[in-house]
Design a protein. Sequence first.
Length: 141
Amino acid sequence: MAGIVVGELQGRWHDCQVAVRFPIRFTGVNRAMSALGLTPSRSWAEVDDERLRVRMGWAFTLDAALVSVREARRDHERVTGWGVHGWRGRWLVNGSSSRLVRIGFGPPVRARMGPIRLTVRELRVSVDDPDGLVAALTTRR
C-alpha cells in the first residue's frame, strides 16, 4: 500500500487511529484544475478503521462509515470528464482518466458538491494507488 499514513490523535496516545491517505491522481492538463482551487494537496481519499473520507478541494466532500462500503474494485471503464460530476447517486471524482476505483455503498451515503447535498450510491475516484485503496477498503470492513 503506497498511501500516506496520517496519525489522528484522540485523547491519550493509545487512542490513536491510523488513517491511510491516497492522493487523487491529477495528470496532464487536468493539473490546471488548481486554478479552480482543486489542488492535489487538498484532494484525497482517506481510510481509517471506521471511516472513508474523500475530498476534492472545496468541490466534493464525502465522509462515510466503512460498514456502508459494500464493494470496492478497480475500474477500467472509460471516463469522459474530469473534476466532480454525477447524477442519480453515481458520482465521478477525478483528475485523471486512469487508476480509477469504483466504490459501491449500501445503504447510500451523504456527500456534498460544494454547498449542495448529495446521495451517493456509487463513487468512481482516480487515485495514485488504486490497489492500495481497494485493499484498505476491503480488509478494514
